[in-house]
Design a protein around this ligand. Structure first.
Ligand SMILES: O=C1C[C@@H](O)[C@H](O)[C@@H](O)C1=O
Ligand SMILES: [Co+2]
Length: 298
C-alpha cells in the first residue's frame, strides 16, 4: 500500500474493552498509548480512560507520536431520539475536531443487541420504512454538522444492530446523501456474512463511500460456538470471536489490494477486542504490526 495515503492506528479496545470495562480494567491509559507507540502505530481511537480535555490529552499523545483518528458515537434515530443524539454529537464532534480527527464513526444503536445478553444472531432490530427514514434523515443531518468542521461521518455496520448485513448496508447507503460514508469493519462484515468472499463484496461495492477502516480478524471456531449455543455478542467476544489481523481466518491481502487499487486515503485501524488476560494487548499489537508490514508493505 502507499505509505503516503494510509496511516496505521490501533484501537484501545484490546487493552480495555469499553463494552465490558472489566476486561482490561488493570490497563492504564498511559500504558495503553505507550504500548501502541512502541508497537509501531501512529494513531488511536478514543477509549473511556482517555482524558476528555484536549489540552490534557493532546500533549500526552504528541509526546508518543500518536494522533487521534476517530471515536465511536452511538445514534438513536430509529428510536426517535433525534434531539438528544444531535446534541451529544455536537459535543463529540467538537472534541474530535480539537484533537485533529477528520472522521466520526457512528453506529445506529436503536434496539441493538450489541451490549445485551440476547443471542447476537437473533432478535436484532428489523427497521420499518418509517424507522429507516428517521435513520437516513438523522445521518444526513450529522453529515452536515460534520462538514461545518471539515469532517465526515461514517456509519459503522455492526453485529446486533439494524445495519449489519450487506443488504442493510446497501439500503442505508441508498437512502442517505452521498456525503454520508461507511466505516468498513472487516470483522463485522465477515461475522455477519460468513465468508471472505461476501466480506470482500461489501468492500468492493462501496469503496468510494468508505471513509475509515477497522481491521479485525475472526476466529471461525468461536463464531460457530456463538451460533450453536445462541450466545450474545459480548459472550462471544470474551470467548475470542475477534483477534488481530493475521491471527484469524481472514486473508487481508485482498483487503489491502482493493483499498490500494482504489486509492483509499485515510486510516486503517487495528481493532481486535479480546480478553487481555488471555491475549496480551502489547504482544498482539506487535503481531498485528508485523503482519501488516509483511502483507501490505506499510
Ligand atoms: O468499532 C467497534 C467498537 C466496539 O465498541 C464494538 O463493539 C466493536 O466490535 C467495534 O467494531
Ligand atoms: Co469496529
Amino acid at each position: 500500500m502507499d505509505k503516503n495515503k494510509v496511516k496505521l492506528a490501533i484501537a484501545p479496545i484490546g487493552w480495555t474493552n469499553d463494552d465490558m470495562p472489566d476486561l482490561g480494567k488493570e490497563n492504564t491509559f498511559q500504558q495503553t498509548v505507550s504500548e501502541m507507540a512502541l508497537a509501531g502505530f501512529i494513531g488511536s481511537e478514543v477509549g473511556s480512560k482517555y482524558p476528555r480535555d484536549p489540552k490534557i490529552l493532546k500533549p500526552m499523545l504528541d509526546i508518543r507520536g500518536i494522533q487521534i483518528c476517530n471515536a465511536w458515537f452511538s445514534t438513536f434515530f430509529a428510536d426517535g431520539l433525534k434531539a438528544k443524539t444531535i446534541d451529544e454529537f455536537i459535543t463529540h464532534r467538537d472534541f474530535l475536531h480539537a484533537m485533529g480527527a477528520k472522521v466520526i464513526g457512528c453506529s445506529e444503536q436503536s434496539r441493538s443487541t450489541q451490549g445485551t445478553p440476547k443471542p447476537v444472531l437473533e432478535g436484532r432490530p428489523d427497521f420499518t420504512d418509517r424507522e429507516w427514514s428517521l435513520v437516513a434523515s438523522g445521518y444526513n443531518e450529522l453529515a452536515d454538522l460534520a462538514a461545518e468542521k471539515g469532517m465526515t461521518v461514517g456509519l459503522h455496520h455492526h453485529m446486533g444492530t439494524g445495519i449489519q448485513t450487506a443488504e442493510e448496508i446497501d439500503h442505508f447507503l441508498d437512502l442517505v446523501d452521498d456525503d454520508v460514508y461507511l466505516l468498513y469493519d472487516t470483522g463485522h462484515a465477515y461475522y455477519s456474512e460468513g465468508s471472505q468472499e461476501a466480506m470482500l463484496r461489501i468492500l468492493e461495492k462501496h469503496l468510494p463511500r468508505i471513509n475509515h477502516v477497522h481491521l479485525k480478524d475472526v476466529r471461525d471456531k468461536v463464531v460457530a460456538e456463538v451460533r450453536a449455543h445462541k450466545l450474545s455478542f459480548l459472550d462471544g467476544v470474551k470467548k475470542g470471536t475477534f483477534t488481530v489481523p493475521g491471527d484469524g481466518v481472514i486473508d487481508f491481502k485482498p483487503v489491502f489490494r482493493l483499498l490500494d487499487d482504489f486509492g483509499y486515503k485515510g486510516w486503517l485501524v487495528v481493532e481486535a477486542e479480546q480478553d487481555p488476560a488471555k491475549a496480551n494487548p502489547f504482544e498482539y499489537a506487535v503481531k498485528a504490526r508485523r503482519y501488516i508490514r509483511e502483507v501490505a508493505g506499510i
